[in-house]
Design a protein around this ligand. Sequence first.
Ligand SMILES: [Ca+2]
Ligand SMILES: [Ca+2]
Ligand SMILES: [Ca+2]
Length: 329
Amino acid sequence: MQCPFCSKTILDNSTSCPYCGQLVRRVVKDEPTNLPSQVQSVAVPANAVKKAESTQLSGSDQANKEIKKRHWQRWFFYGLLILLFLGAIGVIVKIYNENSKLLVTLSETSINLEKNKKDLTTTKLSLTEKENKLKEVIVNLSEKERILQESNKNLEQAQQELTSKTEEFQKILDEQKTNVEVLKQCKLDLTTTEANIYSLIIKFGVGVSNKDLLRIPLADANLDGKDTDGDGLSDEVEEALGTDKMKKDTNGNGYNDKQEILGGYDPINKGKLPIDQVFASKQKGKILLQVEAHNEAWYINPKDSKRYFLGKPADGYRAMKTINFSSKK
Ligand SMILES: [Ca+2]
Ligand SMILES: [Ca+2]
Ligand SMILES: [Ca+2]
């Protein structure tokens, strides 16, 4: 049968439910109670009642044991649930913490990424700027390379010109060397010629007194040279003539020494010079040496019978070249 209170299956002759302890069967001798209508009333003998009561007590202990067992099972189950719940909470907390850390890491990574993006942008800008500068440098380099090539061409051309000029210069140097050699030879020849002229002047020169020399008119030639007083007669000529080389007008008559002597007047004393054309004509072609002075030489030109100053014998060649005379006349 089933207990009407807890619906558990119990023995058919049970008077009370071993599970819930409720009375399920009423004994006849007892007074009627307010049992549920389902409870059946049966006539039970007295020993059976005792036995039933004994059985009822035994069932009640079992029921209590079962109840305690179920009670402990329930608490074990609750404990297990609590443990599971706490474990789940622990797992959730751990996951939350991990997520938080992950979020922090993600945030930091995001910040770093943003920073890296900015750095990358800055680097790109810098790179672009450097690229532009590099392009400018390349352009400048190309321009400089072009200039360099042009310079190299110019240099090459200049080198060619230099080589050409060097060759020309070398030719000029060679010519100059040749000319120097020729000049040396000419100087040597000149020295030889001067020596010959000197020998000729000494050999063919005829001594003449200053008085006789004044009888021959002076030619207006070979009178230049160092002229201290500026009267037109060189110091050397004035020494030969006996005039003052420091005064234009030796005798102080208002006419300078050159004017007077070329005009036939005495530049030292007053009056005319003792010009003697016959005497002068006899001296044509001769070289006269002024023995009363410093052996200055005078050449009497056959063309005009005038005396030409040759200077000292060593200077004779220079003087004679300018006279254009013929000694044979
Ligand atoms: Ca003079
Ligand atoms: Ca003078
Ligand atoms: Ca005078």
